[in-house]
Write a protein that binds this ligand. Structure first.
Ligand code: BES
Ligand code: MN
Length: 457
Protein backbone atom coordinates (compact mmCIF):
# COMPACT_ATOMS: atom_id res chain seq x y z
CA UNK A 1 0.00 0.00 0.00
CA UNK A 2 2.83 2.37 0.87
CA UNK A 3 4.40 1.73 -2.57
CA UNK A 4 1.10 2.44 -4.28
CA UNK A 5 0.72 5.83 -2.58
CA UNK A 6 4.35 6.73 -3.31
CA UNK A 7 3.86 5.78 -6.97
CA UNK A 8 0.75 7.99 -7.20
CA UNK A 9 2.66 10.89 -5.71
CA UNK A 10 5.70 10.46 -7.97
CA UNK A 11 3.61 10.32 -11.13
CA UNK A 12 1.30 13.23 -10.38
CA UNK A 13 2.67 15.54 -13.09
CA UNK A 14 2.22 12.90 -15.78
CA UNK A 15 -1.34 12.19 -14.55
CA UNK A 16 -2.16 15.88 -14.96
CA UNK A 17 -0.66 15.86 -18.48
CA UNK A 18 -2.82 12.86 -19.36
CA UNK A 19 -5.95 14.53 -18.01
CA UNK A 20 -5.06 17.50 -20.25
CA UNK A 21 -4.84 15.18 -23.28
CA UNK A 22 -8.18 13.60 -22.36
CA UNK A 23 -10.12 16.87 -22.03
CA UNK A 24 -8.84 18.10 -25.41
CA UNK A 25 -11.40 15.86 -27.13
CA UNK A 26 -14.66 17.80 -27.65
CA UNK A 27 -16.73 14.74 -26.78
CA UNK A 28 -20.10 16.53 -26.73
CA UNK A 29 -22.75 13.81 -26.92
CA UNK A 30 -25.69 16.18 -27.48
CA UNK A 31 -24.30 17.50 -30.78
CA UNK A 32 -24.22 15.18 -33.82
CA UNK A 33 -21.23 16.94 -35.40
CA UNK A 34 -19.04 15.60 -32.57
CA UNK A 35 -19.63 11.89 -33.20
CA UNK A 36 -16.08 11.43 -34.53
CA UNK A 37 -14.66 13.27 -31.54
CA UNK A 38 -16.48 10.88 -29.22
CA UNK A 39 -15.03 7.91 -31.10
CA UNK A 40 -11.52 9.44 -30.99
CA UNK A 41 -11.90 10.14 -27.29
CA UNK A 42 -12.93 6.52 -26.64
CA UNK A 43 -9.94 5.32 -28.66
CA UNK A 44 -7.60 7.48 -26.57
CA UNK A 45 -9.13 5.96 -23.44
CA UNK A 46 -8.64 2.42 -24.77
CA UNK A 47 -4.94 3.17 -25.39
CA UNK A 48 -4.55 4.62 -21.92
CA UNK A 49 -6.23 1.57 -20.31
CA UNK A 50 -3.92 -0.78 -22.23
CA UNK A 51 -0.84 1.17 -21.10
CA UNK A 52 -1.98 0.64 -17.53
CA UNK A 53 -2.12 -3.09 -18.17
CA UNK A 54 -5.90 -3.54 -18.33
CA UNK A 55 -7.60 -6.00 -20.70
CA UNK A 56 -9.52 -3.50 -22.77
CA UNK A 57 -12.29 -3.63 -25.37
CA UNK A 58 -13.98 -0.90 -27.38
CA UNK A 59 -17.60 -2.05 -27.60
CA UNK A 60 -19.79 -0.65 -30.36
CA UNK A 61 -23.40 0.25 -29.51
CA UNK A 62 -26.08 1.85 -31.71
CA UNK A 63 -24.79 5.08 -30.16
CA UNK A 64 -21.33 5.96 -28.84
CA UNK A 65 -18.99 3.10 -27.90
CA UNK A 66 -18.57 1.77 -24.37
CA UNK A 67 -15.05 1.12 -23.08
CA UNK A 68 -14.65 -2.00 -20.96
CA UNK A 69 -11.32 -2.43 -19.17
CA UNK A 70 -10.56 -5.11 -16.62
CA UNK A 71 -7.69 -5.94 -14.34
CA UNK A 72 -5.94 -9.17 -15.34
CA UNK A 73 -7.88 -11.90 -13.55
CA UNK A 74 -6.05 -13.66 -10.74
CA UNK A 75 -5.90 -17.46 -10.69
CA UNK A 76 -7.56 -17.59 -7.26
CA UNK A 77 -11.30 -17.90 -7.72
CA UNK A 78 -13.86 -16.18 -5.56
CA UNK A 79 -12.16 -12.81 -5.27
CA UNK A 80 -14.60 -9.93 -4.97
CA UNK A 81 -15.34 -8.06 -8.19
CA UNK A 82 -16.10 -4.35 -8.33
CA UNK A 83 -17.30 -2.27 -11.21
CA UNK A 84 -16.27 1.36 -11.75
CA UNK A 85 -18.59 3.42 -13.94
CA UNK A 86 -17.77 6.74 -15.60
CA UNK A 87 -18.63 8.73 -18.73
CA UNK A 88 -16.32 10.28 -21.32
CA UNK A 89 -19.01 12.41 -22.96
CA UNK A 90 -19.45 16.01 -21.85
CA UNK A 91 -22.10 18.73 -21.84
CA UNK A 92 -22.12 21.31 -24.67
CA UNK A 93 -19.64 24.15 -23.94
CA UNK A 94 -21.91 27.00 -25.12
CA UNK A 95 -22.01 29.94 -24.52
CA UNK A 96 -18.34 30.18 -25.67
CA UNK A 97 -17.97 33.89 -24.93
CA UNK A 98 -18.30 33.29 -21.18
CA UNK A 99 -15.23 31.01 -21.04
CA UNK A 100 -12.03 32.69 -19.79
CA UNK A 101 -9.97 30.11 -21.72
CA UNK A 102 -11.28 27.92 -24.60
CA UNK A 103 -13.27 24.92 -23.27
CA UNK A 104 -11.20 22.27 -25.05
CA UNK A 105 -7.79 23.86 -24.45
CA UNK A 106 -6.98 22.84 -20.88
CA UNK A 107 -5.41 25.55 -18.78
CA UNK A 108 -4.02 25.24 -15.26
CA UNK A 109 -4.62 28.23 -12.99
CA UNK A 110 -3.75 27.99 -9.34
CA UNK A 111 -4.61 24.48 -8.25
CA UNK A 112 -7.38 24.01 -10.84
CA UNK A 113 -7.50 22.61 -14.35
CA UNK A 114 -10.05 24.45 -16.50
CA UNK A 115 -11.75 22.59 -19.37
CA UNK A 116 -15.16 21.18 -20.27
CA UNK A 117 -15.36 17.66 -18.85
CA UNK A 118 -12.46 18.14 -16.39
CA UNK A 119 -14.75 17.54 -13.41
CA UNK A 120 -17.83 16.00 -15.10
CA UNK A 121 -16.53 13.35 -15.54
CA UNK A 122 -13.08 12.78 -17.07
CA UNK A 123 -10.96 13.79 -14.07
CA UNK A 124 -13.07 11.79 -11.66
CA UNK A 125 -12.81 8.41 -13.39
CA UNK A 126 -9.15 8.97 -14.35
CA UNK A 127 -8.45 9.16 -10.59
CA UNK A 128 -9.64 5.54 -10.31
CA UNK A 129 -7.72 4.41 -13.42
CA UNK A 130 -4.53 5.97 -12.06
CA UNK A 131 -4.96 4.21 -8.72
CA UNK A 132 -5.21 0.88 -10.54
CA UNK A 133 -2.14 1.75 -12.61
CA UNK A 134 -0.26 2.23 -9.34
CA UNK A 135 -1.23 -1.28 -8.19
CA UNK A 136 -0.35 -2.93 -11.49
CA UNK A 137 2.95 -1.11 -12.04
CA UNK A 138 4.28 -1.53 -8.49
CA UNK A 139 3.22 -5.17 -8.32
CA UNK A 140 1.26 -4.44 -5.13
CA UNK A 141 -1.41 -6.99 -4.30
CA UNK A 142 -4.83 -5.87 -5.53
CA UNK A 143 -7.33 -7.73 -3.33
CA UNK A 144 -10.13 -7.84 -5.91
CA UNK A 145 -10.96 -7.85 -9.60
CA UNK A 146 -12.07 -4.55 -11.11
CA UNK A 147 -13.91 -3.77 -14.33
CA UNK A 148 -14.26 -0.25 -15.70
CA UNK A 149 -17.37 0.59 -17.72
CA UNK A 150 -16.96 4.01 -19.31
CA UNK A 151 -19.76 5.17 -21.57
CA UNK A 152 -20.28 8.08 -23.97
CA UNK A 153 -23.98 8.91 -23.59
CA UNK A 154 -24.55 9.82 -19.94
CA UNK A 155 -25.28 13.47 -20.62
CA UNK A 156 -28.02 12.50 -23.09
CA UNK A 157 -29.75 9.85 -20.98
CA UNK A 158 -27.62 6.65 -21.39
CA UNK A 159 -30.13 5.11 -23.83
CA UNK A 160 -27.85 2.25 -24.92
CA UNK A 161 -26.25 1.34 -21.62
CA UNK A 162 -29.07 -0.68 -20.02
CA UNK A 163 -29.34 -3.01 -23.06
CA UNK A 164 -25.52 -3.29 -22.98
CA UNK A 165 -25.63 -4.28 -19.29
CA UNK A 166 -28.31 -6.87 -20.03
CA UNK A 167 -26.31 -8.36 -22.89
CA UNK A 168 -23.10 -8.52 -20.86
CA UNK A 169 -24.71 -9.40 -17.56
CA UNK A 170 -22.51 -12.41 -16.78
CA UNK A 171 -19.21 -10.64 -17.52
CA UNK A 172 -20.33 -7.63 -15.45
CA UNK A 173 -21.65 -9.59 -12.47
CA UNK A 174 -20.09 -7.89 -9.45
CA UNK A 175 -20.35 -7.17 -5.73
CA UNK A 176 -20.93 -3.46 -5.95
CA UNK A 177 -20.62 -0.51 -8.34
CA UNK A 178 -18.45 2.52 -7.60
CA UNK A 179 -19.13 5.89 -9.25
CA UNK A 180 -17.33 9.18 -8.79
CA UNK A 181 -19.72 11.53 -10.60
CA UNK A 182 -21.35 13.47 -7.76
CA UNK A 183 -20.26 16.40 -5.59
CA UNK A 184 -18.19 16.68 -2.47
CA UNK A 185 -18.93 19.41 0.04
CA UNK A 186 -15.28 20.49 0.19
CA UNK A 187 -11.74 19.09 0.54
CA UNK A 188 -12.23 19.09 4.32
CA UNK A 189 -15.61 17.43 4.02
CA UNK A 190 -15.24 14.26 1.97
CA UNK A 191 -18.68 13.12 0.95
CA UNK A 192 -20.56 9.90 0.30
CA UNK A 193 -23.83 10.36 -1.56
CA UNK A 194 -26.36 7.78 -0.42
CA UNK A 195 -29.38 9.11 -2.30
CA UNK A 196 -30.07 10.80 -5.64
CA UNK A 197 -33.27 12.34 -6.90
CA UNK A 198 -35.14 10.82 -9.81
CA UNK A 199 -36.60 12.58 -12.79
CA UNK A 200 -39.85 12.77 -14.72
CA UNK A 201 -39.60 14.84 -17.91
CA UNK A 202 -42.40 15.93 -20.26
CA UNK A 203 -43.32 18.58 -22.76
CA UNK A 204 -46.71 20.22 -22.92
CA UNK A 205 -48.22 22.32 -25.69
CA UNK A 206 -51.38 24.43 -25.69
CA UNK A 207 -53.00 24.87 -29.09
CA UNK A 208 -55.17 27.91 -29.76
CA UNK A 209 -56.16 29.37 -33.15
CA UNK A 210 -55.03 27.53 -36.31
CA UNK A 211 -52.51 30.35 -37.02
CA UNK A 212 -51.12 33.47 -35.29
CA UNK A 213 -53.92 36.06 -35.26
CA UNK A 214 -54.03 39.88 -35.29
CA UNK A 215 -54.44 40.64 -31.58
CA UNK A 216 -56.40 43.82 -32.33
CA UNK A 217 -58.92 42.24 -34.68
CA UNK A 218 -59.50 39.06 -32.69
CA UNK A 219 -58.17 39.74 -29.17
CA UNK A 220 -60.92 39.44 -26.58
CA UNK A 221 -62.80 36.68 -28.38
CA UNK A 222 -60.31 33.80 -28.29
CA UNK A 223 -58.07 32.57 -25.50
CA UNK A 224 -54.37 33.38 -25.76
CA UNK A 225 -52.37 30.11 -25.48
CA UNK A 226 -49.37 31.87 -23.89
CA UNK A 227 -51.64 33.42 -21.26
CA UNK A 228 -53.42 30.10 -20.72
CA UNK A 229 -50.05 28.34 -20.31
CA UNK A 230 -49.01 30.85 -17.64
CA UNK A 231 -52.28 30.34 -15.82
CA UNK A 232 -52.03 26.57 -16.07
CA UNK A 233 -48.42 26.34 -14.89
CA UNK A 234 -48.92 29.08 -12.29
CA UNK A 235 -51.35 26.78 -10.50
CA UNK A 236 -48.86 23.93 -10.19
CA UNK A 237 -47.25 25.47 -7.11
CA UNK A 238 -48.82 27.33 -4.17
CA UNK A 239 -47.51 30.28 -2.16
CA UNK A 240 -45.88 27.92 0.32
CA UNK A 241 -43.78 26.44 -2.49
CA UNK A 242 -45.71 23.17 -2.48
CA UNK A 243 -46.62 21.30 -5.65
CA UNK A 244 -50.41 21.27 -5.94
CA UNK A 245 -50.82 18.03 -7.93
CA UNK A 246 -53.10 15.85 -5.76
CA UNK A 247 -51.26 12.82 -4.40
CA UNK A 248 -47.84 14.23 -5.35
CA UNK A 249 -46.34 13.86 -1.86
CA UNK A 250 -48.08 10.59 -0.93
CA UNK A 251 -45.04 8.35 -1.38
CA UNK A 252 -42.33 10.75 -0.19
CA UNK A 253 -40.23 9.07 2.46
CA UNK A 254 -39.32 11.60 5.17
CA UNK A 255 -35.79 11.86 6.54
CA UNK A 256 -35.09 9.53 9.44
CA UNK A 257 -33.77 11.08 12.68
CA UNK A 258 -30.33 9.66 11.80
CA UNK A 259 -30.41 11.24 8.33
CA UNK A 260 -31.49 14.53 9.82
CA UNK A 261 -28.54 14.40 12.22
CA UNK A 262 -26.14 13.74 9.32
CA UNK A 263 -27.68 16.67 7.46
CA UNK A 264 -26.83 19.07 10.29
CA UNK A 265 -23.13 18.12 9.91
CA UNK A 266 -23.02 19.82 6.50
CA UNK A 267 -21.63 23.33 6.73
CA UNK A 268 -24.20 25.68 5.22
CA UNK A 269 -24.44 29.45 5.15
CA UNK A 270 -27.76 30.58 3.62
CA UNK A 271 -26.49 34.11 2.95
CA UNK A 272 -23.34 32.90 1.13
CA UNK A 273 -25.45 30.37 -0.78
CA UNK A 274 -27.88 33.08 -1.89
CA UNK A 275 -25.01 35.29 -3.07
CA UNK A 276 -23.30 32.37 -4.85
CA UNK A 277 -26.52 31.75 -6.82
CA UNK A 278 -27.09 35.44 -7.56
CA UNK A 279 -30.72 35.50 -6.39
CA UNK A 280 -32.34 38.34 -4.41
CA UNK A 281 -33.82 35.84 -1.93
CA UNK A 282 -34.01 32.08 -1.51
CA UNK A 283 -37.35 30.40 -2.17
CA UNK A 284 -38.50 26.89 -1.38
CA UNK A 285 -41.07 24.69 0.24
CA UNK A 286 -42.04 26.25 3.57
CA UNK A 287 -40.96 24.35 6.67
CA UNK A 288 -37.82 22.75 5.18
CA UNK A 289 -34.19 23.86 5.31
CA UNK A 290 -32.46 24.58 1.97
CA UNK A 291 -30.27 21.46 2.19
CA UNK A 292 -33.37 19.31 2.56
CA UNK A 293 -35.28 21.25 -0.12
CA UNK A 294 -32.60 20.63 -2.74
CA UNK A 295 -31.96 16.97 -1.99
CA UNK A 296 -34.78 15.24 -0.15
CA UNK A 297 -37.88 17.12 -1.39
CA UNK A 298 -39.45 16.75 -4.82
CA UNK A 299 -39.91 19.70 -7.18
CA UNK A 300 -41.82 20.76 -10.29
CA UNK A 301 -39.64 22.82 -12.65
CA UNK A 302 -40.14 24.62 -15.96
CA UNK A 303 -36.94 24.19 -18.00
CA UNK A 304 -38.04 26.05 -21.11
CA UNK A 305 -40.98 28.14 -22.36
CA UNK A 306 -41.74 28.95 -25.98
CA UNK A 307 -44.52 30.93 -27.60
CA UNK A 308 -45.23 33.80 -29.95
CA UNK A 309 -42.83 36.33 -31.40
CA UNK A 310 -39.22 36.28 -30.12
CA UNK A 311 -37.55 38.73 -32.56
CA UNK A 312 -36.70 42.43 -32.27
CA UNK A 313 -39.37 44.96 -31.50
CA UNK A 314 -43.02 44.04 -31.07
CA UNK A 315 -45.52 42.04 -33.06
CA UNK A 316 -49.18 42.28 -32.15
CA UNK A 317 -50.40 38.71 -32.33
CA UNK A 318 -52.27 36.06 -30.45
CA UNK A 319 -49.87 33.12 -30.82
CA UNK A 320 -51.27 29.91 -32.28
CA UNK A 321 -49.61 27.84 -29.57
CA UNK A 322 -47.46 27.87 -26.44
CA UNK A 323 -45.25 25.11 -25.10
CA UNK A 324 -43.20 24.24 -22.05
CA UNK A 325 -40.47 21.73 -21.22
CA UNK A 326 -40.97 20.40 -17.72
CA UNK A 327 -39.05 18.18 -15.33
CA UNK A 328 -40.02 17.02 -11.89
CA UNK A 329 -37.26 15.93 -9.53
CA UNK A 330 -38.44 12.97 -7.49
CA UNK A 331 -37.29 11.52 -4.19
CA UNK A 332 -37.52 8.08 -2.62
CA UNK A 333 -40.10 6.42 -2.81
CA UNK A 334 -41.85 8.31 -5.63
CA UNK A 335 -42.31 6.40 -8.86
CA UNK A 336 -41.81 8.29 -12.15
CA UNK A 337 -44.64 6.49 -14.02
CA UNK A 338 -47.12 7.08 -11.19
CA UNK A 339 -46.10 10.74 -10.86
CA UNK A 340 -46.45 11.22 -14.62
CA UNK A 341 -49.99 9.85 -14.41
CA UNK A 342 -50.92 12.18 -11.51
CA UNK A 343 -49.46 15.22 -13.27
CA UNK A 344 -51.16 14.43 -16.60
CA UNK A 345 -54.52 13.92 -14.88
CA UNK A 346 -54.21 17.18 -12.98
CA UNK A 347 -53.07 19.21 -16.02
CA UNK A 348 -56.04 17.89 -18.02
CA UNK A 349 -58.42 18.72 -15.20
CA UNK A 350 -57.34 22.33 -14.66
CA UNK A 351 -56.43 23.23 -18.27
CA UNK A 352 -58.36 26.33 -19.43
CA UNK A 353 -61.26 25.17 -21.63
CA UNK A 354 -60.65 27.31 -24.74
CA UNK A 355 -57.28 25.74 -25.66
CA UNK A 356 -56.32 22.16 -26.52
CA UNK A 357 -53.69 20.47 -24.34
CA UNK A 358 -51.12 18.12 -25.88
CA UNK A 359 -48.72 16.23 -23.63
CA UNK A 360 -45.74 14.34 -25.03
CA UNK A 361 -43.84 11.55 -23.34
CA UNK A 362 -40.46 12.24 -21.88
CA UNK A 363 -37.75 10.23 -20.17
CA UNK A 364 -37.89 9.26 -16.54
CA UNK A 365 -35.53 7.95 -13.92
CA UNK A 366 -36.19 6.54 -10.50
CA UNK A 367 -34.80 8.10 -7.35
CA UNK A 368 -32.03 6.15 -5.62
CA UNK A 369 -31.20 5.39 -2.01
CA UNK A 370 -28.78 2.98 -0.41
CA UNK A 371 -28.81 2.00 3.26
CA UNK A 372 -26.16 3.73 5.37
CA UNK A 373 -25.83 0.54 7.36
CA UNK A 374 -24.46 -1.43 4.42
CA UNK A 375 -20.95 -2.81 4.98
CA UNK A 376 -19.81 -1.40 1.66
CA UNK A 377 -20.98 2.08 2.60
CA UNK A 378 -19.09 1.84 5.87
CA UNK A 379 -15.98 0.59 4.05
CA UNK A 380 -16.19 3.46 1.54
CA UNK A 381 -16.49 5.97 4.40
CA UNK A 382 -13.26 4.45 5.74
CA UNK A 383 -11.43 5.03 2.44
CA UNK A 384 -12.62 8.66 2.29
CA UNK A 385 -11.51 9.23 5.89
CA UNK A 386 -8.04 7.75 5.27
CA UNK A 387 -7.33 9.64 2.04
CA UNK A 388 -8.74 13.06 2.93
CA UNK A 389 -7.88 12.98 6.62
CA UNK A 390 -11.29 14.30 7.67
CA UNK A 391 -14.50 12.67 8.85
CA UNK A 392 -16.66 11.98 5.77
CA UNK A 393 -20.30 13.09 5.61
CA UNK A 394 -23.09 11.01 4.08
CA UNK A 395 -25.45 13.22 2.05
CA UNK A 396 -28.49 13.05 -0.15
CA UNK A 397 -28.01 14.91 -3.43
CA UNK A 398 -30.48 16.52 -5.78
CA UNK A 399 -29.02 15.50 -9.15
CA UNK A 400 -29.85 12.30 -11.01
CA UNK A 401 -27.85 9.38 -12.41
CA UNK A 402 -30.67 7.15 -13.72
CA UNK A 403 -28.30 4.32 -14.64
CA UNK A 404 -27.74 3.45 -10.96
CA UNK A 405 -31.23 1.95 -10.91
CA UNK A 406 -30.34 -0.22 -13.91
CA UNK A 407 -27.27 -1.49 -12.04
CA UNK A 408 -29.65 -2.37 -9.23
CA UNK A 409 -32.23 -4.07 -11.47
CA UNK A 410 -29.94 -5.79 -13.97
CA UNK A 411 -26.85 -6.60 -11.92
CA UNK A 412 -28.69 -6.66 -8.56
CA UNK A 413 -26.10 -4.51 -6.80
CA UNK A 414 -25.92 -1.18 -5.00
CA UNK A 415 -23.82 1.76 -6.08
CA UNK A 416 -21.35 3.71 -3.95
CA UNK A 417 -21.31 7.36 -5.00
CA UNK A 418 -17.97 8.89 -4.04
CA UNK A 419 -18.01 12.28 -5.71
CA UNK A 420 -14.95 14.43 -6.30
CA UNK A 421 -16.62 17.50 -7.85
CA UNK A 422 -16.47 20.66 -5.74
CA UNK A 423 -19.62 22.81 -5.58
CA UNK A 424 -17.84 25.58 -7.53
CA UNK A 425 -16.49 23.27 -10.29
CA UNK A 426 -19.06 24.77 -12.72
CA UNK A 427 -20.36 21.45 -13.99
CA UNK A 428 -22.62 22.06 -17.04
CA UNK A 429 -21.61 25.78 -16.91
CA UNK A 430 -18.90 27.91 -18.53
CA UNK A 431 -15.41 27.68 -16.94
CA UNK A 432 -15.74 24.12 -15.70
CA UNK A 433 -12.72 23.16 -13.61
CA UNK A 434 -11.34 20.28 -11.57
CA UNK A 435 -9.32 20.77 -8.41
CA UNK A 436 -5.93 19.10 -8.77
CA UNK A 437 -5.57 18.66 -5.01
CA UNK A 438 -8.84 16.73 -5.00
CA UNK A 439 -7.59 14.78 -8.05
CA UNK A 440 -4.54 13.62 -6.04
CA UNK A 441 -6.61 12.79 -2.95
CA UNK A 442 -9.16 11.02 -5.14
CA UNK A 443 -6.43 8.68 -6.45
CA UNK A 444 -5.37 7.89 -2.88
CA UNK A 445 -8.99 7.34 -1.90
CA UNK A 446 -9.40 4.87 -4.76
CA UNK A 447 -6.20 3.07 -3.74
CA UNK A 448 -7.55 2.66 -0.17
CA UNK A 449 -11.05 1.82 -1.34
CA UNK A 450 -10.18 -1.57 -2.85
CA UNK A 451 -8.56 -2.69 0.40
CA UNK A 452 -11.52 -1.54 2.47
CA UNK A 453 -14.15 -3.05 0.17
CA UNK A 454 -12.34 -6.37 -0.17
CA UNK A 455 -12.05 -6.57 3.63
CA UNK A 456 -15.85 -6.59 4.05
CA UNK A 457 -16.61 -8.83 1.07
N1 BES B 1 -23.00 13.94 -12.70
C1 BES B 1 -24.33 14.47 -12.90
C2 BES B 1 -25.30 14.09 -11.82
C3 BES B 1 -24.99 14.61 -10.42
C4 BES B 1 -24.13 15.68 -10.17
C5 BES B 1 -25.62 14.01 -9.37
C6 BES B 1 -23.89 16.11 -8.90
C7 BES B 1 -25.41 14.46 -8.08
C8 BES B 1 -24.53 15.51 -7.85
C9 BES B 1 -24.86 13.97 -14.25
O1 BES B 1 -23.89 14.06 -15.25
C10 BES B 1 -26.08 14.76 -14.67
O2 BES B 1 -25.98 15.95 -14.87
N2 BES B 1 -27.27 14.12 -14.78
C11 BES B 1 -28.51 14.71 -15.26
C12 BES B 1 -29.53 13.65 -15.53
C13 BES B 1 -29.62 13.16 -16.98
C14 BES B 1 -30.79 12.21 -17.13
C15 BES B 1 -29.66 14.26 -17.99
C16 BES B 1 -29.20 15.61 -14.24
O3 BES B 1 -29.13 15.37 -13.02
O4 BES B 1 -29.85 16.57 -14.68
MN1 MN C 1 -21.76 13.49 -14.85
Amino acid sequence: MHNVLTYLHENETRFIDELCQYVRFPSVSAQPQHRKDLAACATWLVRRCRQIGLETKLCATPGNPVVIARTPRAKSKGRPHFLVYGHYDVQPPEPFELWKSPPFEPSVKGSSLYARGASDNKGQHLAHLNAIEAYLKTGAQLPCDITFVIEGEEEVGSAHLAPFLRKNRSELRCDTVVISDTSMIGPRHPTLTYSLRGLCAMEIKLHGPSRDLHSGLFGGTVDNPAMALCQLLGQMRDKKGRVTVPGFYDDVRPLSPYERKQMTRQPFNPRAYQKFLGVPKLFGELGYAPIEQRSARPTFEINGLTSGYQGHGSKTIIPAWASAKLTLRLVPNQNPARIRQLVVQHLRKVCPPAVRLEISDGHGGEPYIVSLESNYVQAALGALRKAFGYEPIPVREGGSIPIVNDFKKILKVDTLLLGLALPDDNAHSPNEKFDLGVFAKGMQMSACLWQELAAVS
